[in-house]
Design a protein around this ligand. Structure first.
Ligand code: MTE
Length: 319
């Protein structure tokens, strides 16, 4: 079967040449002239957030608890280098992603909660206290970036949902609309994109629901209007453009886990010592500079999250 011949990240990895070209292009694009030229692109104009009803809410106050040890990745770099398989299995999806309509946008909260409900993104944002956090992001493909995300604590979303005591996991789901997201026409992928965390992980200080970046509403290629950021886990856990959040007693099976369970597990915590079956995780390439730096356990966030896993020895915590 076709699905068996696909090996998860093999597709993007096999596109290494375009990726290199893209990175070189990024290095060239640091000139002021290039910035002016790129800001004329239609996609870039939308990324600026001009049409978003929440534009006036940003920038929001930075939470200084979360510190970076390296510079923020320039917006023009990572807004042109994205993983968003709904719009293609390569990195240059930013233009295609502008086709995603982000209003109206409703999020269904269901499963093991006191009372399931549906809420619009604007009503949800209005209920939450927004802040900015500087986070590292380590992709399983061994590249990394640092981003000023804006949003609210995932813990506040859990509180709003009022889960029942039997709820052990949170399952999150991305929109599905193959008329606008051509990647979803690839029938061998198990759409919609799904991810999941335990309730304890969702309530951890670091788990962050992202509604903005770089002091503006979230650009579509970043997963507008709402995505997750779990900076201690490989980037594929940080699901984009969420439409459904379900509370469940069953461990969710994620999109990538369904495709290649041998390579992508439920926990996916960053660990430089545990190889991906096809490549080392010891180092990461920093987007923007292309510098190679050592990867840290839990992506450097051990002080926040290590305690979540002390009773889980024997499980594949780093795949
Ligand atoms: N969410 C959805 N719905 N679809 C995706 O393809 N890719 C994941 C994650 N969330 C993905 C997704 C992966 S592999 C990474 S590394 C990050 O999004 C990339 O986020 P970025 O494009 O903002 O860098």
């Amino acid at each position: 079967m076709l699905i068996k011949s696909l090996k998860g990240w093999e597709i993007p990895e096999s596109l290494a040449t375009p990726e290199d070209i893209a990175l070189n292009r990024r290095t060239l694009m640091t000139g002021a002239g290039a910035i002016a030229a790129s800001s004329l692109l239609p996609g870039f104009a939308h990324a600026a957030g001009s049409a978003d009803p929440t534009a006036g809410l940003y920038p929001v106050k930075r939470n200084e608890t979360f510190k970076l040890s390296r510079p923020i990745t320039p917006e023009k770099v990572n807004s042109k280098y994205n993983n968003f398989y709904e719009f293609g299995s390569h990195k240059q999806i930013s233009r295609a992603a502008q086709a995603l309509p982000i209003r109206p946008w409703e999020i269904k909260i269901d499963g093991l909660v006191e009372k399931p409900f549906t809420i619009s993104i604007d009503d949800l944002i209005a209920k939450m206290s927004l802040e900015e956090r500087l986070y590292r992001h380590r992709c399983v493909e061994a590249w990394s970036m640092t981003v000023p995300w804006s949003g609210f604590a995932m813990r506040d979303l859990v509180a709003l949902a009022k889960p029942l005591s039997g709820a052990k996991f949170v399952r999150l789901e991305t929109f599905q609309n193959k008329a606008i997201a051509s990647g979803q026409q690839a029938f061998w992928y198990p759409w919609p994109y799904v991810e999941g965390v335990t309730i304890e992980e969702a309530n951890n200080d670091l788990a962050f629901m992202v509604t903005g970046a770089y002091g503006k509403p979230l650009a579509k290629q970043f997963g507008a209007p709402i995505r997750l950021a779990l900076p201690w886990k490989y980037g594929f856990k940080s699901i984009k453009s969420i439409v459904r959040i379900s509370f469940t007693d069953t461990q969710p099976v994620s999109f990538w886990e369904k495709i290649t369970p041998r390579e992508y597990g439920f926990w996916a915590n960053v660990n430089p010592k545990v190889r991906h079956p096809r490549w080392s995780q010891a180092k990461e390439r920093v987007l923007g500079t292309n510098e190679e730096i050592p990867t840290q356990l839990f992506n450097g966030y051990g002080e926040f999250v290590a305690a979540l896993y002390t009773d889980k020895e024997g499980q594949q915590l780093y795949l």
